[in-house]
Design a protein around this ligand. Structure first.
Ligand code: ADP
Ligand code: MG
Length: 723
């Protein structure tokens, strides 16, 4: 079939599609955590002393007593086998945003040739996948490719059911033979410990005797697109790059704002229910679902959990979304910018820190001005985001997220904090020397007697801020939809640890000098606001005035591209931060720079090659066919004495010529070699990407000229609006 026939076939397939079989969702209490080896299940089947030991490790971070592993392994295996599992897998999170797993059978062959199911503590605790093909940023060469996975007791094991069977999945860290972290989980656990230690120290200084372990929490809102699989299968760009590299803007886009929170199409709703059912079984607390701003775009948000578990669950959620979409004849696009000119997808990472004795440490309560503890923690975040803003930019830097950041729809690449008017006012008062009160929350009266009067939030929402205070937590809004949340969480925990340590040092010194506690806190907060208040911005982050002011008056960095942002990881002050807080060694940090830089370059080069091949083998032939048709028609008309149609051939010919000239230029540029990885990244950002856009501009203009029945690629209109 030729390209345009494939496109027509795709539309016909969708039109004739039978609705997916739909069984009503089961009861929550029957589904909940059915596939998880929960604490409750462990308590049921483990000897008391073993459970107690394990429970202590999970709840307080106490060291794992390895001697319990054998008992746990047997119980875990028996449970998994009762769920139908034949295999187990250590699941880990390499430096890509993917999830990796290696499956091993429970099968063990005995000397008499019979088989039994076997799973020991040793294999539960430690595994050895051949790690040589995972990115390691130069930590290992292939001849010393040993990598180990080690059981993370704090994230529950679960079974994953697919059409190919049931597998016991054990969340693990992934480290090299020499002990360096090769994954995203190890630094997350370390950063949580560093933050917890610094927070406890601070809470004790603030006068608390009873301080339970402090943990970070995360609730991540996931945006995604759904496209019918019939369309995706005839678009090599969607298949290989996860985004469209060509495509003319449709006459109707999102300008009517009619999709946001609109009624969810039935087919999508059935898909969502299926996803939620799977998530519930996996113990993932999916909570909200709705349409997003762009046509074909949706969001799912789970209830928040401890950062480490939330991060594992986020990875699992992306897997479930992708796999379930396939079953429903969709492709789920987690790319940050699948369609040019249409809103991209983010993953808002809501983050806070809390413990069992003092509660949520970022909750201001009703009287934030009098809540020294809250002000200390909030002040620590402000200092951290100012001092390490470029780091926050670097941890969300990918080739795909660059399409969002800085565009007029997503937070800007400049990292600032939104506090809202109430908190802003409190910090202003601190800076001026005396705190007298705070703006009241007030009530909202809707003017209709039958409607309730409800308390009004003290601060409005600001959707243009990359890092916003949202009532009792911060929301890092610049994270990309396809990314692991671990990197951003590591950065937030680590900068908070650094700030709290710094403040605790100051506080201890002042207290030693006989300064009264509240006066000392006030002085430290005033210094923070004076030195770091430049990062607080409550206005419109999209405006050009802000971009100008941020850079020229406030000295904030505007790191537009990944090529600008990743080198931050090589700065001495970042290395010092991670070393001091024992989150990443210099070698580990360096390896992350290398791995992420390589990923950036590779993903742009893959896309560029795809642009070349699609332009040459799909778009060029369509344009030539159309020109031939036109030329024929012009000839025929000429035969009967009508001069017509030459202009359109000329237009198409010129666009085609321009496109092919850009293609050949791009091909040349792809053969260049570079002295350094930084130089190579800049070349990708400044030369390759603009050339890809150039090819696209001509191709998209051709889409507006060539006869629709000859156009081979499903159009934006079709992909976004046909359900
Ligand atoms: P919205 O941002 O649209 O108001 P929600 O109020 O549903 O959305 O909250 C967004 C996310 O923030 C949810 O995942 C929610 O569980 C999470 N969240 C709420 N409180 C906290 C907290 N203390 N720590 C981390 N995440 C939180
Ligand atoms: Mg939100």
């Amino acid at each position: 079939m030729s390209g345009n026939e494939l496109r027509a076939q795709a539309i016909a397939n969708i039109t004739n599609r039978q609705p997916a079989a739909h069984t009503p969702p089961g009861k929550l209490e029957d589904l909940w955590a059915k596939d998880v080896f929960t604490l409750g299940k462990m308590q049921e089947c483990l000897p008391k002393s073993v459970f107690k030991s394990l429970h202590k490790t999970i709840k307080t971070g106490a060291p794992l007593d390895v001697s319990v592993a054998d008992v746990v392994a047997v119980a875990m295996k028996d449970w998994a086998i009762s769920k139908g599992a034949l295999y187990y897998s250590h699941v880990f999170y390499p430096l890509t945003n993917a999830t990796a797993e290696k499956h091993d059978g429970f099968i063990s062959v005995q000397s008499d040739g019979s088989v039994i199911s076997e799973f020991s503590g040793k294999v539960l605790v430690q595994g050895e996948p051949d790690g040589s093909s995972f990115p390691n940023g130069g930590i290992r060469s292939t001849f010393e490719a040993r990598g180990y996975t080690a059981w993370d007791v704090t994230s529950p094991a679960f079974v994953m059911e697919t059409d190919n069977g049931v597998t016991l999945c054990i969340p693990t860290v992934f480290v090299s033979w020499t002990g360096e972290a090769l994954d995203k989980k190890t630094p997350l656990l370390r950063s949580n410990a560093a933050m917890g230690k610094a927070a406890s120290r601070m809470l004790k200084l603030l006068g608390h005797d009873d301080v339970a372990p402090v943990n970070s929490s995360c609730g991540a809102e996931q945006e995604y697109f759904l496209v019918d699989a019939n369309f995706a299968s005839v678009r090599p760009d969607l298949l290989l790059a996860g985004r469209t590299l060509f495509g003319k803007s449709p006459a109707k886009g999102q300008q009517f704002d009619d999709h946001y929170f609109g009624a969810i199409p039935e087919r999508v709703q059935i898909f969502m229910q299926d996803v939620e059912e799977k998530l519930y079984r996996l113990g993932i607390p999916a909570k909200t679902r709705h349409n997003e701003v762009a046509p074909g775009q949706f969001e799912i948000a789970p209830f928040f959990e401890s950062a480490n578990v939330a991060s594992d669950h986020q990875q699992l959620m992306m897997t479930v979304l992708r796999n379930t979409a396939k079953k429903h004849g969709f492709v789920c696009l987690l790319h940050e910018k699948p369609f040019a000119g249409i809103n991209g997808s983010g993953k808002h990472v809501n983050w806070s820190v809390s413990n069992a004795t003092q509660g949520n440490l970022l909750d201001p309560g009703d009287t934030p001005h009098a809540n020294a503890q809250f002000l200390v923690f909030c002040g620590a975040v402000i200092r951290g985001v100012h001092k390490y803003g470029p780091l926050l930019r670097a941890v969300i830097a990918t080739a795909s997220n660059d399409h969002r950041l800085g565009a007029n729809e997503a937070p800007p690449a400049i990292i600032s904090i939104y506090l809202g008017s109430q908190l802003q006012d409190v910090f202003d008062q601190i800076a001026q020397g005396e705190v007298t009160g705070c703006q009241a929350k007030g009530e909202m009266n809707l003017g209709v007697d039958t409607l309730p009067v409800f308390p009004k939030d003290a601060g409005d929402r600001n959707r243009t801020s990359p890092f916003a205070f949202t009532g009792n937590r911060f929301e890092f809004r610049a994270v990309g939809s396809g990314q692991s949340v671990a990197g951003p969480l590591v950065a937030m925990n680590t900068i908070l640890a650094d700030s709290l340590d710094w403040m605790a040092d100051q506080l201890e010194a002042k207290l030693r000098d006989g300064v009264e506690l509240n006066v000392a806190i006030h002085d430290i907060l005033r210094d923070i606001i004076c030195d770091h208040g430049a990062v607080v911005f409550n206005g419109n982050g999209y405006s050009s005035e802000w971009h100008e002011m941020a850079v020229n008056q406030r000295g904030l960095l505007n790191l537009r591209t990944t090529a600008d942002a990743l080198p931050v990881l090589r700065e001495q002050y970042i290395e010092d931060l991670f070393t001091k807080e024992k989150v990443l060694t210099p070698v580990e940090l360096g390896s992350r720079f290398e791995a992420y830089s390589e990923q950036y370059i590779q993903s742009i080069e893959v896309e560029a090659k795809l642009v070349v091949s699609m332009a040459k083998t799909i778009i060029y032939p369509a344009a030539m066919r159309y020109m031939a048709e036109l030329a024929n028609a012009i000839d025929d008309l000429g035969d009967i004495g009508i001069e017509f149609g030459k202009d359109s051939v000329v237009t198409v010919a010129e666009l085609t010529k321009a496109m092919m000239a850009s293609v050949s230029n791009l091909e040349d540029m792809l053969t260049k070699h570079f002295m350094s990885i930084e130089e190579h990244m800049q070349f990708c950002a400044k030369t390759i990407r603009p050339l890809m856009d150039e090819v696209r501009d001509s191709a998209d203009a051709l889409e507006g000229e060539v006869a629709d029945d000859l156009w081979p690629l499903p159009t934006y209109q079709e992909m976004l609006f046909i359900k």
